[in-house]
Structures are given as C-alpha cells and as structure tokens.
Design a protein. Structure first.
Length: 209
C-alpha cells in the first residue's frame, strides 16, 4: 500500500486526468483511485482516438467539450496530463477556454519540446505535432509564461525512452521535478511517482508568476 501524502486538507475541486498516446481511461485509473483515497476528486477524460490519427488540437477540443459536458462552463479545475495528455491540456489552456478555469497544471513525461521517438513511428497528425521543432510546439512554446500563472509543474524521468531526449519533458524556465523511475510506461504505477504527484495536487497554491 502506498503511503499517502501527509496533508490533512481535502479539496472538492475536480482534477481532470488525461492520458496520452495509445492510452485510454484505464491508463490513469490507478492514479485516480489513489487520489480519491487522498480525499480528492479525480475525473478521467481521455479524448479519442489517441493513436495519433487526429491532431492534438482536435483532441483538446474534445477535452473542452467533455469538461463542459460533465462540469459546466465555469467550474474551476486542476489538470494532470500524462505524456501526450499534457500537450492536449496545454492546447486547452493556451488556445481554448482552459486558462479561465485551471488552477494547478501538472504534467508527467510530457514531450513539451518534442520527442525524436515520434519520427520512428507512422506519420500521423498528432505524431507530426510532437516532432521537435514542429509548428505546433513552436506555437505553444512561444508563450509558456502563461503556464506559470496556473501553478505549473512538470515531472519527468531521465530514463524515459519514449520521450527523447528525456530533458524535453520539461521547460527550462518553469518548475520541474526529476523522478528516478525506470520507464515511461510504468510511471503511473510507480508508488513514489504517484505519491509526489498527489502531493503537488494537494499542496497550497503558489503565487502566480
């Protein structure tokens, strides 16, 4: 059993959990159960198809529609994105209506600056957007300062072989935390990784930059 973070607070604000490439809701199911056990309010939203067949921007629009459908248009939320899910959330925050309602924004193993691994996979819209130097990433990364206004944190592991180089999983000007977990795919089942993410979601909000 994982030791829960030592926080006495409970927060009913929904935490939207969005998994990544080739994932569905089951990918973040264990984390959702853990957060619920911490007294938090997780909500899994997994826009599909996640196989790269449509762009990350389109997946973000599906995310926005589902958030509005399940929570209305004004409920504040916290956001956690795993891998490509973090980019889906970033487009929602930076280019759609997410900036007006997101408090904390946390990513894990998200290729914020792209991944060369995508070049060895089938040519599909979302994968093209994850190429280092893509127009999609250049557009998002030209105004990363907005992320600092939403209590941003990027978790990453130097052993990640799905996001290459692994250092592309964080943005140099923004907060990040290194995890010594051996694999990209198993991060969400690493007790230490899950616990530190829960702690970040339960910690008092930092002042906006």
């Amino acid at each position: 059993m994982i030791k829960k973070p030592d926080f006495s607070m409970s927060d009913s604000t929904p935490i939207v959990l969005t998994p990544g490439f080739m994932d569905d809701a089951r990918k973040v199911g264990w984390m959702a159960s853990y957060l619920k056990g911490c007294g938090l309010n997780p909500l899994i939203i997994s826009p599909q198809p996640s196989d790269g067949a449509i762009g990350i921007d389109e997946l973000a629009m599906k995310l926005a529609e589902e958030i509005n459908h399940q929570l209305g248009q004004s409920q504040p939320i916290d956001f956690f994105g795993f891998s490509m899910g973090g980019l889906i959330g970033r487009y929602y925050l930076q280019r759609l209506e997410g900036a007006g309602r997101i408090r904390r924004f946390i990513t894990m193993a998200t290729p914020h600056r792209g991944t060369w691994t995508a070049r060895f996979m089938p040519i599909r819209p979302a994968l093209l957007q994850m190429y280092p130097g893509s127009e999609f990433l250049a557009d998002l990364n030209q105004d990363v300062a907005i992320l600092a206004q939403h209590d941003f944190m990027a978790f990453w592991t130097p052993f990640d072989l799905s996001c290459t180089p692994a250092s592309n999983c964080y943005l140099p000007s923004l907060p990040s935390k290194r995890l010594y977990s051996p694999f990209h795919a198993t991060l969400l089942h690493d007790p230490v990784a899950v616990r530190v993410v829960a702690g970040a979601l339960m910690a008092p909000q930092r002042a906006a930059a």
